[in-house]
Design a protein around this ligand. Sequence first.
Ligand SMILES: Nc1ncnc2c1ncn2[C@@H]1O[C@H](COP(=O)(O)OP(=O)(O)OP(=O)(O)O)[C@@H](O)[C@H]1O
Length: 235
Amino acid sequence: MIYIMGTIAAGKTSLAKILAEDLQSPVYYEDVESNGLILNMLQKFYASGKQSRKANGAILQFAFLTFRYQQLRQAITQQNAVMDSSLESDFVMASQLHDHNEIDEADFNVYLTLSQEMQANINGSPWNGLPDLVIYLKIDSSHAINEIQQRGREMEDIKREPGLVDYYHRVHYAYEKWANGYPSSALLTIDREKYDYVHNVEDQNAVLDLIENKLKDLGKFSPKAFKKIKENRQP
Ligand SMILES: Nc1ncnc2c1ncn2[C@@H]1O[C@H](COP(=O)(O)OP(=O)(O)OP(=O)(O)O)[C@@H](O)[C@H]1O
């Protein structure tokens, strides 16, 4: 199992697609646009800054947790499944909301208990609860904000809600802090300021090489399978 982590609009979905195609692996997307229930909750969450985050933050996290659990139950049975979001990324989001008093203590404790119960329920079947590899997309905060604005979702628009700039910086900081302290499994950092894997084929191949070399070193596929993947890749 491969988790992709990074702040809002770091490029997780694009990398998940490119990597899964190259590895011929199953891929699990966040896909909020086609999940009506989550999209509706997100719109309420984003509606009016701190106030709406406080009113909707906890229930949104419970919704994401449920959705992720459904994905995970399927993904644990598959080799090298790519997850564009995960219980780990939800935990970063939920924690930063809690740190800023947008999820209260009691709700956060229920969230943590439920999350642990869900993980315990799928651990050992055959998953041990940890991803084989975590890819962290490191991006400058102002660059991520530009990307968010360029994708043009009304709920995320800083012209509509200028206070979102602080929120985006805060989420970015939460991910940086998480990446600096993550001890649990192999972590590979990809510098988004160096690699444009969406528009530049050379960059794309360089990033795929970095990830697949790491997977090979971790024993996730044989040197022969690795060679075949590289041969099949677009020049
Ligand atoms: N656990 C969560 N709590 C709060 N908001 C979340 C959570 N997970 C995702 N979101 C929000 O849902 C939206 C998801 O958008 P999308 O699926 O495009 O992913 P993204 O995080 O922006 O990633 P990327 O652009 O890197 O693929 C973003 O606004 C994101 O902040």
